[in-house]
Ligand binder design. Sequence first.
Ligand SMILES: Cc1cc2nc3c(=O)[nH]c(=O)nc-3n(C[C@H](O)[C@H](O)[C@H](O)COP(=O)(O)OP(=O)(O)OC[C@H]3O[C@@H](n4cnc5c(N)ncnc54)[C@H](O)[C@@H]3O)c2cc1C
Ligand code: SF4
Length: 466
Amino acid sequence: MHNTSSTNTTTTPAAAQKANARGASFLTVQRQEAGYRPVHDRIHDFGEVEQTLNTRERKQQANRCMDCGVPFCHWACPLGNRPPEWNAALARGEWELAYHLLAATNPFPEFTGRICPALCEKACVLNRFNHQPTTNREDEAAITEGAFREGFIQPRIPLRNGRRVAVIGAGPAGLAAANELNQRGYQVSVFERAEAAGGLLRYGIPNFKLNKAIIDRRLRILQAEGIEFRYGQEVNPTSAQLQTCDAIVVATGTPAARDLRVPGRDLRGVHFALEMLAQQNRILAGIDIPQEERISARGKDVLVIGGGDTGSDCIGTAHRQGARSVTQIEIMPRPVEGPEDPANPWPNYPRTLKTTSSHEEGCTRRWNINTLEFLGTDGLLTGVRVQEIDWQPNPAGGRPVMVEKGEPEVIKAELVLLAMGFLKPEHPHYPDNVFVCGDAANGASLVVRAMASGIETAARVDEFLR
Ligand SMILES: Cc1cc2nc3c(=O)[nH]c(=O)nc-3n(C[C@H](O)[C@H](O)[C@H](O)COP(=O)(O)OP(=O)(O)OC[C@H]3O[C@@H](n4cnc5c(N)ncnc54)[C@H](O)[C@@H]3O)c2cc1C
Ligand code: SF4
């Protein structure tokens, strides 16, 4: 998730020199983000948009973390990562130590280093002080890429304890659970419905945020460490092939997207966001999708319904497919601009206006818009009738009341992408040796939370089997 809400400022060479001479950059050196490739360069390909700092700048950014009195970052990180420890090692140029400190709490920092919304940075003391938090997420990615490059990351084959555990679903939650159980000595088999592992990392998040070779690189290590992956296997905890296992971890995510059942929903051209995002990632992976099944924005006016991160990923994908125009509408009001909403202060996660790399690439964004009807000719979508609304306090208390404002209007669109979130799955009552984790347990969330849930669930499985 690329959040550009923080300042991207550099320090004067004199200030930096002075700071480095003292070995401290806390409060004296400004936050410097690596930033994105220029729009004109990145808009034509699906390569990762984020750039990297050079080593000197990276160490200087890590050095900004030093001299912090009481850090809150590890409390805010769902994995309990400890940025001050690995930033200290990074600032000293001790890359291998930095990686081991990071890997002590984070099994896949190459994922979070790219796409975590960096909850830790919102809690950073420097963020509280002047809204220029340390660059933990980028530091995390830099440490991990350095570690892969230098060969510090090698398979660790554990001693086996003779027990077997099945993990259903190979998204970040399932992978984290499998990794933790494997390292604790269990023989782990991962059953995945899709043709490859990664879950939404592979079939949701676009390549311009996370290159899929990054997932494959980690999978090679997990396999070398003894985890067995079985693809194209849709199973449930009662499936016969799982009955020889001592425990089963269900990490199946949130398969059902929220729908918009208004007239015209069945017109050709109205799709769930994931239908398009997953298909695009498959095409980039070289999978042959027949032309007539392809969902393409090429030459079309595209309307994205839903103002969140999935919607933002649709915008970036539509641009790369050659959309004529992209509009994003959201039924809720426009969030406040700036680093913090006074109505929702820290330690709550800031619900402020987010401008992602995809928004920067061009998009009309509108809030307080309700969708009334999809319009079409001969079964094909041509537009969407929408209505501007307002939210007014509910005299009876509770949720604000939606009131219409002005006349309905039509937004021209030949492709609509529904990005309105996912339904929280319900599970039957499972036997005691079945454990549910990640989005399957908690509803749609974040990769870092899914991983934390997978690790915590693995610990519960271990406790149960002991
Ligand atoms: C478009 C999009 C963009 C996102 N961007 C970000 C982001 O930038 N940063 C961030 O932190 N989070 C992001 N998220 C959220 C994040 O991807 C999820 O919270 C996270 O992937 C959940 O992990 P999970 O392992 O619980 O589930 P999933 O990733 O959904 O994985 C579940 C896996 O289970 C498999 N499965 C399901 N049923 C079965 C079955 N019966 N048998 C076998 N296998 C099965 C599925 O095929 C899938 O591989 C995004 C989500 C979406 C949709
Ligand atoms: S995983 Fe996310 S919240 Fe945790 S330290 Fe890394 S960037 Fe921060």
